[in-house]
Write a protein that binds this ligand. Structure first.
Ligand code: GLU
Length: 324
């Protein structure tokens, strides 16, 4: 009987004594990312890892949320549902100006850039047996263009528009999340899917590792050049094929790409954005080791590709560090 009383008492006592004390002024922040098999999600995890390690210094605890992607993240940051979000650089440009997905909603004037992280490429993956060798061959095929709220849905729509393919009448369009698209491709339910993502990505690995042979289709041509020209947040890049040994390609695949950037709202306090920026820049080498997509990044490249005004808290750090 005595033991029955003692056990819960000891249990509660241990929780009180041994659990990590939460600093009374600890600020909890959330970063919006993307699907579980993309690179935004592990990137949110990498940022959180660095920040949480330094929580005594900065008084910040960071958690990561899987979301629909860039468009969702911009809106959730503006509405105060998220403190930070990872967003494609082309989406950052459109949101601050009130174009594309923000044409009806209006410019997201409070959107602020924090830093750029790595390059993402617009990928088109097709089953070899579907007979798709170029973007023009998508006509009549079952193509997943991306989920609503994602950044890549805008890229796939731009590509189709540029080459005169109407998604409503010329293809059988699907709007499914990248976490499901590889399975649908392997099961023969779709012929191809678009995904704008960094490398290596779990979704692309899964799609290229199955029994149905799959290949990356180059996204090239005069019309694509026009999509990229004069847009500093967009560039021509290649998909590094070494990350996807199961793909039927033998060489890197040319396409266009954007940058994955971290954004916040002007309403998030300077102190918080300063701390997040400082934590990543002052632990840059440890951060770089957390994902192969960061191999080529430099502190200088993290200040490129930004269209929204830089948040004043981040700017304070860049000035102090002599980066601006
Ligand atoms: N670029 C995609 C988007 O903006 C997400 C990619 C990822 O999750 O890594 O929706």
């Amino acid at each position: 009987m005595k033991n029955l009383i003692l056990i819960p008492v000891i249990f509660i006592f241990s929780i009180l004594v041994f659990s990590t004390p939460v600093h009374p002024k600890t600020k909890f922040i959330t970063i919006g990312t993307g699907g579980l098999t993309g690179v935004y999600y592990p990137t949110g995890g990498a940022i959180a890892k660095i920040i949480n390690k330094k929580r005594k210094e900065y008084g910040i605890r960071c958690t990561v949320k899987s979301t629909d992607g860039s468009v969702y993240n911009v809106d959730a940051v503006i509405e105060g549902e998220l403190d930070f979000g990872i967003v494609q650089s082309d989406r950052q440009h459109q949101a601050i100006r009130g174009i594309a997905d923000w044409k009806d909603k209006g410019p997201r004037k409070n959107l602020r850039a924090v830093f750029s992280i790595y390059h993402e490429s617009c990928c088109l993956l097709a089953a070899v047996d579907a007979g798709i060798n170029s973007i023009e061959d998508l006509k009549g095929k079952r193509v997943c263009l991306g989920n609503y709220g994602s950044g890549h849905l805008g890229n796939s729509s731009d590509v189709l528009k540029a080459i005169g393919i109407n998604p409503d009448t010329d293809i059988i369009a699907r709007y499914i999340e990248p976490v499901q698209a590889p399975g649908l491709l392997q099961d023969g339910k779709i012929d191809a899917f678009f995904y704008t993502v960094g490398h290596p990505s779990g979704a692309l690995k899964e799609a290229t590792a199955g029994a149905r042979k799959v290949k990356f289709i180059p996204i090239i041509g005069g019309e694509i050049d026009k999509l990229v020209e004069g847009r500093p947040y967009c560039s021509k890049i290649v998909i590094p094929i070494n990350y996807y040994p199961g793909a039927a390609n033998t060489q890197d695949v040319p396409t266009f790409g954007v940058c994955a950037t971290l954004v916040t709202s002007s309403k998030v306090p300077d102190k918080v954005v300063y701390a997040v920026t400082k934590a990543i820049f002052e632990n840059f080498e440890s951060f770089k080791k957390l994902h192969p997509a960061y191999t080529l990044i430099t502190k200088a490249s993290m200040l490129e590709c930004l269209s929204a005004p830089i948040h004043s808290g981040a700017m304070k750090y860049y000035k102090e560090a002599g980066l601006k």
